[in-house]
Design a protein around this ligand. Structure first.
Ligand code: ADP
Ligand code: MG
Length: 240
């Protein structure tokens, strides 16, 4: 579903990604862990076409995002949704905030209402349509951000530390939403987290990002029992 090929990204003369290779299968949850400042967010932003790589490519279902100019970009962008660490909530009702995800889709108003209601049910906020979005708790806002992404039924969802600013109960709820989404819609996901336990809970596979590369990838069991090198071992607190 997603292939990242020898991707590099520099900001000025600061090389952040130094050749990232990664491939994620249809319906897989791939978790990227690693210390902060290693380029995890930058990688997701490039897959989401919010940032352009310095070199290398990303292929979605075997179609190149970066070697055929802009045309492809926009078509393929629609298959992808992203949830950020801090939910972007704007003035208005919960309905407005979730329906925003559907603004460019040609669907009837009744279908839009139905899709929004269904998605609110899926994130556990049934009946919240008319609430003022700014009056919600931080955890509810993050679930609204999820709903805005989910309402478009993207084939791919990129999750950039979606629970790092919420309480433990919301974290549990969001993890449930992620599992539900994969089970129900077979959505392919890449999730960044600095929480290794979350990585173990959620990842079909885990990739460890260090020094601008994915230095190891494998099942949680493989990564946590056989760290590929001393840096990975130190990062995961491996003790032999
Ligand atoms: P992570 O998500 O692993 O914490 P980031 O991808 O956010 O890492 O950042 C990696 C590095 O890239 C950091 O040193 C950060 O300062 C730098 N960086 C990220 N975005 C930009 C940008 N738009 N301009 C300049 N430097 C950036
Ligand atoms: Mg980050």
């Amino acid at each position: 579903m997603i292939q990242v090929e020898n991707l590099t990204k520099s900001f000025g003369n600061n090389p952040v990604l130094k050749g990232v290779d990664l491939s994620v299968a249809d319906g897989e949850i791939f978790v990227i862990i690693g210390p902060s400042g290693q380029g995890k967010s930058t990688l997701l932003r490039i897959i989401d076409t919010l940032e352009v790589p310095t070199s290398g490519d990303v292929r979605i279902k075997n179609e190149s995002l970066y070697t055929h100019g802009d045309g492809n970009h926009h078509k393929m962008r629609r298959k992808i949704g992203m949830v950020f660490q801090n939910p972007a909530i704007f003035q208005g009702t919960v309905f407005d905030n979730v329906a925003y995800g559907l603004r460019y889709r040609k669907i009837s108003s009744s279908e839009m209402h139905e899709r929004v209601s269904q998605t609110l049910r899926e994130v556990g906020l049934e009946g919240y349509e008319k609430r003022d979005a700014h009056s919600l708790s931080g955890g509810e806002k993050q679930r609204i951000a999820f709903a805005r992404t989910m309402v478009t039924r993207p084939e791919i969802i990129l999750l950039d530390e979606p629970t790092s600013n919420v309480d433990p109960i919301t974290t549990e709820k969001i993890e449930e939403i992620i599992r539900y989404t994969r089970k129900t819609y077979n959505t392919t996901m890449i999730m960044n987290t600095h929480d290794m336990l979350q990585g173990q809970r959620m990842g079909d596979r885990i990739g460890v990002m260090m020094n601008g590369r994915i230095v190891q990838s494998g099942t949680p069991k493989e990564v946590f029992t056989l760290p590929a090198n001393g840096d990975v071992a130190r990062f995961i607190g491996y003790d032999n």
